[in-house]
Design a binder for this molecule. Sequence first.
Ligand code: AMP
Ligand code: MG
Length: 351
Amino acid sequence: MQTIIRSTDIDNIDIEVIKLASEFLHSGDMVAFPTETVYGLGANALDELASAKIYEAKGRPSDNPLIVHVANEEQVKRLVKEIPESAKKLMKAFWPGPLTLIFKKSDIVPKGTTGGLDTVAVRMPDHKIALKLIEYSDVVIAAPSANTSGRPSPTTASHVKDDLDGRISMIIDGGAVGIGIESTIVDVTEEIPMILRPGYISKKMLEEVVGKVEIDKAIIEPMREDVKPKAPGMKYRHYAPKADFKMVRGDVLKVADYINKKTEKLIEQGYKVGIIASDETISNYILGDKVSIGSRLDELTISRNLYTILRDFDDKEVDYIFGETFESEELGHAIMNRLQKAAGYNIVDVR
Ligand code: AMP
Ligand code: MG
């Protein structure tokens, strides 16, 4: 299959590009498109055969459900059994935006889209191209991240091309994304809303709108075998670079000392080593391929750079990566969640 790549300006959308993409969606084919979080790999969510193509193209396990993207509330109503009060408030506050809500699904949503579950994940993306595509085609679009399963999520059209060229009908290139990590997922089917995946919308932001919010235990205690995540996708190793990736936590100077010593040894043995530091700490490192992920005071930049840095290390065929940790209650919580998963929870404490 030849993958057609078309660019369009987000502030001056080329309707011909949207028309072509819409034709592919109506024929049950796949189109990758930008959203404010990461690039999505879209197909008609109500067409089981179209959803099946997504799983195949990504090599995604079939029990890992897809998020359905909508452009208006009418579409939500068709997809779900009911919209609970908590959901109404969250939709009003954060949609369009990087928040996915889990509802009880209606009968029109095929189980091939929901990984066999009776619930459905729904999101209204805050991106003019994505919204235009959903509105124009009038297709609710099932769209996971447009990467090969297990690789870092794509934040540019060229990342999508690297993974999926020849496997999908079209890529809409709308430039780099704004946030760079996936949406916050919140289950609103229970009395108290529960965060199943951290993202840009933090627990504090949610609680300001709906009161008490819980966090799925599996996110906080990822090492416990007996705690199964409620978002099926969270159990898979995700976002992973090819190199052996270790995170190092503790006092900044001790972290640098640890990484410098390890790096020196590995380079002596002939290995390539990458280091993920921040603007504030990069000068503490001596050897290796040092990269700053951004300033610690600017978490949005860090989140935007995260997957590109991991992919760049893959391209450079680095053997080992050492990374500093980034912890905070806000976006830093989501950043750290992705880094931990990328590192397979391989964290050293040097306190
Ligand atoms: P991705 O599209 O790659 O960002 O992954 C979507 C995430 O949403 C995965 O972690 C899924 O497990 C999660 N998800 C989608 N639908 C549901 C659902 N009905 N219940 C719980 N988690 C879901
Ligand atoms: Mg994904």
